[in-house]
Write a protein that binds this ligand. Structure first.
Ligand code: FEO
Length: 403
């Protein structure tokens, strides 16, 4: 049985949802699942935009055949060849042997790397090329590193539909609700959208900025991404988020406190600081235990807030390993332009504060480390309160300076 939805008069969503996969890319937890979006355009020629992950290929093929209703598939546009979208290319070729594939040179190279026999079916396109399929004309726009080097987006100049590849996607299965205006996106989807963007595409902010600049030159009416809801209203909401995230600008003034604690003492210090901040009127404070929060959530929250407090116990004279992993992920994903305060703890030779400061200074960009770093000997005591107050004051003062 098919499961499709109409997007416009002659465009259909033929993708599939996946609640069985626990880890996207075998790294990122997806408790709300994920959708693999694919679209069929029914014009004088029939055109498929991208395929799906292998795990949902069977229902995808059924969906495509249902929409085609006996017609042959003439063209398949591949905007992105990562296997969560490109894995079913060969299966499409098997079912529709006459189909021609439209994609970039690099994409065809990757298809061959995966062992797909695409010989004789390739139509190679590059930046600015157009193709007409009847009423609809599609403009092809290269989008390298959003999120692989071969990526492109396709724009229907006839009705303003943008097939956006990984851009503007989100984790989360659609569960019937195809359009962003059918859900409460800000309440129910934004956290997953941010976690998707920051962890999957976050490293490539400058490339996303390039794509946003190109997008600014075309009249987009609808965004059809490869994951998550289709946007047909309030496109500016999502474009603004992408603009902020890709410029590494915080979404909110607020404090993210991430602590690494072995026996609860560093945790207590983190909580005491949170209270001090709230007492001073800054209540947008969010506290996470680095040991039981997945790093993809920490990265997402790091992109969200203006201020970060790293509170780490010293472990074998080093930064606590899980805290180090979080720092390393921040570096890999190009996190920058944040104000950071540090708290260290240690029962003998505390070193984690200095080492974290060194990492932020030497390995990362534009991280403003506040100079009132706090060192705790084993457990927070009343004699530490002055330092804790100074740290809270320094955070609040830096917020005032930024205004
Ligand atoms: Fe959803 Fe880069 O693949």
């Amino acid at each position: 049985m098919y499961c499709v939805r109409k997007v416009t008069d002659d465009l259909y969503w033929v993708g599939a949802n996946d609640h069985r996969l626990h880890l996207f890319e075998n790294i990122h937890p997806i408790p709300k699942g994920v959708s693999y979006n694919s679209y069929v355009l029914m014009d004088e020629k029939t055109v498929l935009f991208d395929t799906v992950d292998w795990s949902v290929c069977r229902e995808f093929i059924e969906n495509v055949k249902h929409v085609l209703d006996g017609r042959d598939l003439d063209y398949m546009v591949i905007n992105h060849m990562e296997p969560d979208h490109g894995a079913s290319v060969e299966e499409v070729l098997m079912h529709f042997p006459n189909v021609k594939i439209i994609s970039t040179e690099r994409s065809f190279m990757i298809m061959r790397q995966f062992g797909f026999n695409v010989d004789g079916r390739e139509i190679e396109v590059k930046e600015g090329d157009t193709m007409k399929f009847g009423k609809h004309e599609i403009l092809f726009v290269e989008a390298p590193m959003v999120h692989w080097p071969e990526a492109m987006v396709s724009f229907d100049t006839t009705n303003g539909v943008l097939f956006a590849a990984d851009a503007f996607g989100t984790f989360g299965a659609l569960d019937g609700k195809l359009f962003a205006d059918e859900v409460n996106f800000d309440r129910d989807w934004l956290d997953d959208a941010r976690r998707y963007y920051t962890n999957i595409v976050g490293k490539y902010g400058t490339f996303v900025q390039d794509l946003l600049k190109k997008a600014g030159t075309i009249d987009i009416k609808m965004i059809c991404p490869l994951h998550g809801p289709v946007w047909r209203e309030d496109l500016g909401y999502l474009i603004e988020k992408y603009d902020k995230w890709s410029r590494y600008e915080p979404e909110e003034e607020g404090v993210l406190i991430v602590y690494a604690s072995m026996y609860g003492n560093t945790e207590h210090a983190a909580q005491a600081l949170a209270s001090k901040l709230c007492e001073r009127g800054m209540t947008n404070v969010h506290v996470y235990d680095v040991s039981n929060t997945h790093v993809s959530t920490l990265i997402s929250e790091t992109f969200r807030f203006s201020h970060i407090v790293l509170a780490s116990v010293t472990y074998n004279l080093e930064i606590y390993p899980i805290m180090y992993n979080y720092l390393h992920e921040m570096k890999l994903l190009n996190v920058q332009n944040r104000t950071v305060a540090l708290m260290e703890n240690g029962s003998w030779a505390p070193t984690s504060g200095g080492l974290m400061a060194e990492f932020l200074d030497e390995e990362m960009k534009l991280m403003d480390v506040l100079g009132t770093d706090m060192s705790i000997s084993s457990a927070l005591k009343e004699t530490d309160e002055k330092d804790l107050d100074s740290l809270a004051d320094a955070i609040i003062d830096s917020m005032k300076k930024e205004k």
